[in-house]
Ligand binder design. Sequence first.
Ligand code: ATP
Length: 324
Amino acid sequence: IKKLAVLTSGGDSPGMNAAIRSVVRTCAYHNIECFGVYRGYEGLIEGDFSPMDARSVRGIINKGGTILKSARSKEFRTKEGRQKAFDKLVEAEIDSLVVIGGDGSFTGALIFNQEFGFPVMGIPGTIDNDIVGTSHTLGFDTALNTVVDAIDKIRDTASSHNRLFFIEVMGRDVGHIALNAGIAGGAEEILIPEEDLGLDRLVESLNRSKKSGKTSSIVIVAEGDKIGKNIFQLKDYIDENMEGYDVRVSVLGHMQRGGPPSCFDRVLASRMGVKAVESLLEGQTNYMVGLINGKMELTPLDNAIKGKTKINLELLRVSDIMST
Ligand code: ATP
């Protein structure tokens, strides 16, 4: 390969900049010309890209978000849109593409490859950790640290007022953020879509905590959990069915997607960028790079898109024991 383009697509996550930096510098190292595409597939269709050299990515490893901007592109979902993107790449003599994003972005990349035979490589960037083929997606670790920090702060006020706090965290349809941050933040209960605790068991468990002498409680609720989906209804239900608690709700929201990436995410991003570019150099295409048992490995994009991540049952058990 001689000319490579890199883009960020879908929801942003901390560590995307570190990954862009790594891709650009790995290209420089191997004498490959590198282009940064602005606003994901939208920019690809418009030909909105410019050359990036090793110095153009200075000072970004510690920045959240993405300097290339991200977007969702309706047009790329159409054959005409993808044709335009292909024409722009051919015009610029670009011969390979690194896509940093989630499963939607990978689906687009795979379809693009199948239509035009264009070499593509994915880097999983999302805080939700909902992609198969890597134990950690980029941004997951940073989001966990952000959430734990928020839980610690909320606990201070919860324990000063004998309050029961429901804290809603992100994670889409999976409970990885809730389960990990819940354990680390010492939550009494963690509601995740994979487990489906149910209201009765939640009330039972909160009553048990109260009897055991706890005066304040923190319950972490994954946004994708069935009873958590309407967290304010959950609050009303607890208000009506349990006495002696002042119930409060805190929805953490988009702060979970921001902030400087953690050390772990910076190292992961750096490794993923190197692996992505060097795999394309070796002639590999339609893969996603990921961390498996501590090593950088490739997973077919198709598997990454279709697979469903599993919750770690050992963590569930640890969480149960910790709330005794
Ligand atoms: P996140 O998990 O953070 O939402 P994502 O990559 O899954 O990230 P999506 O909005 O699902 O985010 O996808 C990003 C972009 O990928 C879409 O806006 C679209 O341009 C492209 N894309 C998604 N699905 C397809 C598809 N089936 N065909 C072509 N392009 C697609």
